[in-house]
Design a protein around this ligand. Structure first.
Ligand SMILES: Nc1ncnc2c1ncn2[C@@H]1O[C@H](COP(=O)(O)OP(=O)(O)OP(=O)(O)O)[C@@H](O)[C@H]1O
Ligand SMILES: [Mg+2]
Length: 244
């Protein structure tokens, strides 16, 4: 039984194929990096894996369960095991602490435990001293760290990260990458990360998949995909000679 398996996943928006016949397997504890140009379908794929959207055809299998066969209740239950950090960071108009505690409070977790967990992750993202500040006043980099804290405090089995370091300076990029690595190493969290940053995919990914026009062109360990790509299109994308 695999952890996550996409079989012939297709998505059509307004009669246009946004994803075509995607087949991907992700093992438990693996970090899978998705690269590809803007509009390729990376975010759409993450939303489908997060069971926020249904594929037009094909199947998403999670821990051996064919999710297409589940009712709403079954989907809600499965979705508790995963968290999607979306590309557009939206924080609530409340304290940093309140933002990070939000998901735990929804789960009706005891306040003492909430406080412990929130303080622990705020410390991990180096934002503990901002706990009482309104989240809407944070800088871009700080907001992204809080968005990550809000995701990891829920301790998901599957963490889906959509461009978690876009527009950040190198210090913040390194900080976030270290948290991702640590989470994966310590808790065996399975992570799928969509990124424009090829170096990031190389640094973090156990496996990298290249998506172009909704098609998974090629996948493999970063050493292979970046150094000896098989497909001409992968080569062109990596070399920066692709025109799109
Ligand atoms: N809800 C929607 N309705 C219609 N079209 C959509 C919808 N969501 C996404 N699309 C289209 O699907 C295509 C893929 O979008 P997606 O956001 O998945 O790309 P991406 O690879 O994440 O791009 P980027 O790197 O810019 O984030 C785009 O052409 C987009 O306009
Ligand atoms: Mg996207």
């Amino acid at each position: 039984m695999g952890f996550l398996k996409l079989q012939n996943v297709t998505k059509i928006y307004n009669n246009r194929y946004v994803l075509k016949d995607i087949n991907i397997s992700v093992k438990k504890g693996e970090i899978y990096a998705l690269i590809g140009p803007s509009g390729a379908g990376k975010s759409t794929l993450l939303r489908i894996i997060d069971l926020l959207e249904k594929p037009s055809s094909g199947e998403v299998e999670f821990e051996g369960v064919k999710t297409g066969l589940l009712n709403e209740e079954g989907i809600v239950k499965l979705r508790r095991k995963m968290v999607l950090l979306s590309q557009k960071v939206v924080l609530f108009n409340m304290s940093v602490f309140g933002n990070v505690a939000y998901g735990l409070n929804l789960r009706k977790i005891n306040y003492k435990i909430v406080k412990e967990k929130v303080n622990e992750v705020l410390n991990r993202v180096k934002m503990l001293e901002y706990a009482e500040q309104n989240a809407l006043l944070l800088s871009g980099g700080e907001a992204q760290r809080i968005a990550l804290a809000r995701s990891i405090v829920l301790e998901p089995e599957l963490l889906l990260l959509d461009e978690p370091t876009a527009n950040l300076d190198p210090t913040n990029v390194a900080l976030i990458e270290n948290i991702i690595r640590e989470l994966n190493a310590k808790h065996k969290t399975t992570i799928i990360i969509a990124t424009h940053n090829m170096l990031q995919a190389k640094r973090l990914g156990d496996k990298v998949g290249f998506i172009l026009n909704g098609e998974l062109v090629e996948e493999g360990p970063p050493g292979q995909l970046f150094n000896q790509p098989i497909d001409e299109r992968t080569k062109a994308f990596i070399d920066g000679t692709m025109i799109y």
